[in-house]
Design a binder for this molecule. Sequence first.
Ligand SMILES: *[C@@H]1O[C@H](CO)[C@@H](O)[C@H](O)[C@H]1NC(C)=O
Length: 524
Amino acid sequence: MPINMFRRLGGLAILHGYIMKLLVLLLCSAVAVTCGKVRQGRKFPDGFVFGVATASYQIEGAWDEDGKSENIWDYLVHNNPDAIVDRSTGDVACDSYHKYKRDVEMMRELGIDSYRFSLSWSRILPSGFANHVNEAGVQFYNNLIDELLKYNIDPIITLYHWDLPQKLQELGGWLNPLVVDWFEDYARVVYESFSDRVKSFITINEPGQVCYDGYGTDIKAPLLNATGIGEYICARHIALAHAKAYHLYNNVYKPKYGGVCGYTFAMDSVAPLTDSEEDKYAVELMTQHQWAIYSDPVFSKDGGFPKELLELVAKKSAAQGFPRSRLIDFTEEEKAYIRGTSDFYGVNHYTGSLVSSSLYTSQYAVPSSLDDIEVGQMIPDDWLQSASAWFQKMPDSMYITLKLIQKRYGDLPIYITENGWSSYGGIDDDDRVDYYRSALEGVLDALDDGLNIKGYYAWSLMDNFEWLAGYTERFGLYQVDYDDPELTRTPRKSAFVYKHIIKTRMIDPDYEPETNVMTIDEGH
Ligand SMILES: *[C@@H]1O[C@H](CO)[C@@H](O)[C@H](O)[C@H]1NC(C)=O
């Protein structure tokens, strides 16, 4: 076939594709009902995992019981109570340390397949180091794991969800290069204790929130606020610590027990303010600042930090008189050591924003990582505001976020390890119901596109201690009555809706719970 003819035919085929898509679109808008029904009929695939997630400091309480030592959140709430909006603490929280059987009962009510929870490092290793293992702490998690397994709920353990032992913080925490070894030592104790029964591990939850929020700003403990410096030092060490804990699992425990080990990132959905090339580049820079600085070293083809960010920070650092870049690159050996160290991509997704370099203001602190990239963000007025200042409902944000992963790293197994909505409280949580339905529609859209999404964990099982917001923001499928000494948990409407989705493996937009009495279905 003459090459010209081939091109023309190819061109025709492409044109044909577009025309077909256009036709489908037109038909769907004309006969919205039909297409709506088709969409309603979509099912989550067999084997798709539904779960709920929590974190140790947010629910356990028992902050100094049975040998547990202080972690950075204990230390913060006890020494700087004004930092917490309602001056509350996680001393008791949901008291899951004592009420874990009720928690598991709620999971059986929901009919979930899997529970993602985190371990308190300072409950297991009170000195922070592996010189002394606190058997009572290990026993608590053994009891929880055994209770889950009794009811066929698959445990997935997060080793680190933000509660570093205070003693390690006093030695610099994630800014001390030795943290890489401390984390490996802790991981070894965890794997030794639990990997005979637990087959899924996540090393670190949201490195960006550990580094940027905790060290680069004053949003999370330890509120170090070393802007433009702390987050970059931490970013290096946390990637190395994750990799070391992964290699340990992969080399020693995986061959013996099977199982997987991964890494979880917080990803906002970032979209350009306009169609301009500048704004598309702003999306790339905001992406690098927000999460790719943490995920590229593990998932990108070449490993290491994102190239543009490295160059920008080096340039700014020089202009600011620093003798070397505030973002120190990995050696080639380190890059190779970190690259490929995750069996899946874990994503926590909540919100989004529109970004543009035209929204950059010179009011950012200097140095700081937002000043380094010179990109600003905005939230359109018509995005529904949650109870959390940082959290608005962006249309289609789940789908957009999942596609960002695919675009950057290709096809890989993905778990949505957190997703949920914050309210001020109340049982009739229609906004949360709407949020879950649209997010899960986004998951189905992404599955239709062929993405390999293996599971979804709702955040959260119940209301809990929401960091600096204390108990003022509620994320629970179950409401917790903090005025009641029993800390009674009551299912919200969203709990019934989530249960129905899990049971039918479909999203019925018209489903209304007929009762407010939760029961456990047969087989759970
Ligand atoms: C954190 O640093 C920023 C920028 O230097 C400053 O504006 C802010 O007040 C600091 N926060 C605290 C709690 O010191």
